[in-house]
Design a protein around this ligand. Structure first.
Ligand code: AMP
Ligand code: MG
Length: 434
């Protein structure tokens, strides 16, 4: 990838603008749930929904924030104060690199290889920066990081050019956020990437990282997120989501569109970070500010006909027809917000939408880094997350979830109850497979 715009230049331009066990009788992965559904009044919904969407004014509800005079103190107190600060610093540093690479894409840079270079380079670079940041925050301590990438390919002769590009980007990001530190060598960067090879598990402390969640959104100039969580003995202890393209106000359909990032890079109000630690609440703030200080809550006050639900932008990641049917069953009338990445968890946590449904193909295995940070945020914001049968997500079994019944549902408490009831009802109506 040719890099005509350095991270420094980008930063300047942006700164100018400030195994749960399956219930008896449940089919593996709820295959019944994933079948196309072809009956009942719900099938009439799509056209109605389209018309309503067209008639709905731009959704600019203010962020549901509770005024908390001591919010910053609260955000920084509690059992995981040091870890939360370290996680915010790490995510911000990685977000800097990701934003610069996405802006290069915006400026018309073409990939010069068949290897999806920009997103691959940014993925590796972000992972190296998070590992560097955590090492620096906790010197001399063992560091277990469960992350998506490893440096095997980068260490091959064929990976040398890419490793050089990653190293340049990493050093540029460090020069902005930590100008006093020495430049890293390619070998050091490869070693940092490999820090992320932990298998995790249910004992002790494990950081969990998705360096770029929503890579298709990243390439499509849509939403993506840098996602860092911490597990303590298999339980989610904290999470930080860096969402450089997510507005600081409640999102609209336009904020989810192709090309959205290219339109809003320089807007002061775009770019949000979410942070939460166990028992200390969830907070939001500008992605390149200090610790986030705005206390956020999910919004459980809306009747079903006024709620928005969210799902993957990518059809292949989730069964949109099923989500539509479940939504209609509980009285949802507005169309879904289609949004890439764990930015959906942030949006749910501040009341932009009330529901997130994810129904992948039965064969798809969910990875813990695709949910860990987001779960920390939404639970502290008062929302509920389970698999499609209401079982809690189990982060204690390594890099993958051991078993998920049909998918994942995250929602405000009342909407979650309604969805679970709707799923039970739909399931009872389905013909039983012998
Ligand atoms: P989202 O942006 O919510 O659609 O989720 C993005 C995540 O979906 C990525 O980080 C991938 O790990 C994951 N993913 C990739 N392929 C699939 C698939 N076929 N079905 C479901 N999820 C997938
Ligand atoms: Mg991901």
């Amino acid at each position: 990838m040719a890099c005509s715009m350095s991270i420094t230049a980008v930063a300047r331009s942006v700164q100018a603008a400030p195994r749960p066990v399956a219930r008896a009788g449940a089919l593996p992965a709820l295959q019944w749930l994933l079948k196309p559904i072809g009956r009942g009044p719900t099938l009439q919904q799509p056209k109605q929904l389209q018309r309503r969407a067209a008639a709905t004014p731009r959704h600019r509800r203010p962020v549901r924030a509770v005024a908390a005079p001591l919010a910053s103190e609260v955000a920084q107190s509690g059992d995981y104060k040091v870890e939360l600060q370290a996680a915010v610093d790490a995510v911000r540093l990685a977000s800097r690199l990701c934003q610069a690479v996405q802006m290069q894409l915006k400026h018309g840079e073409k990939t010069d290889k068949e290897d999806d270079s920009p997103v691959t380079v940014a993925d590796y670079g972000a992972q190296a920066l998070v590992a560097w940041s955590l090492r620096r925050a906790f010197p001399g301590q063992p560091l277990s990081l469960v992350a998506e990438e490893d440096a095997v390919d980068l260490r091959e002769p064929s990976g040398a050019a890419m490793l050089d590009r990653i190293t340049s980007l990493v050093n540029e990001a460090l020069a902005i956020e930590h100008p006093q530190v020495a430049r890293l060598s390619s070998a050091e960067v490869a070693d940092l990437v490999d820090v992320g090879c932990s298998e995790g598990g249910g004992v002790g402390r494990h950081w969990v990282l998705d360096p770029i969640d929503g890579t298709r959104g990243f390439v499509g100039q849509r939403q993506y997120a840098v996602c860092l969580g911490l597990l303590q003995d298999g339980q989610v202890a904290l999470g930080v989501l860096g969402c450089p393209n997510l507005p600081q106000y409640a999102i609209t359909d336009a904020d989810c569109d192709e090309g959205q990032a290219a339109r809003s890079f320089s807007e002061e109000s775009v770019g949000t970070i979410f942070a939460a630690s166990k028992g200390q609440g969830a907070y939001a703030g500008p992605v390149f500010g200090g610790m986030p200080t705005q206390r956020i809550h999910c919004d459980d006050s809306l009747p079903p006909f006024q709620v928005r639900y969210m799902e993957s932008f990518e059809k292949r990641h989730s069964n949109h027809g099923l989500a539509l049917q479940i939504g209609a069953e509980i009285g949802v009338e507005l169309p879904s917000l289609k949004l890439d990445s764990q930015a959906k968890y942030g949006a749910l946590s501040r009341g932009d939408a009330s529901i997130f449904m994810r129904f992948p193909d039965a064969a798809y295995r969910e990875k813990i880094w695709d949910h860990c940070a987001g779960v920390a945020i939404i639970e502290e914001a008062g929302a509920v997350i389970t698999d499609a049968l209401g079982n809690p997500l189990d982060f204690s079994q390594g890099r993958f979830f051991p078993y998920l019944n049909g998918g994942i549902v995250a929602a405000t408490p009342s909407m979650h109850r309604a969805i679970m009831a709707a799923i039970r009802k739909i399931r009872e109506l389905e013909p039983k497979e012998e």
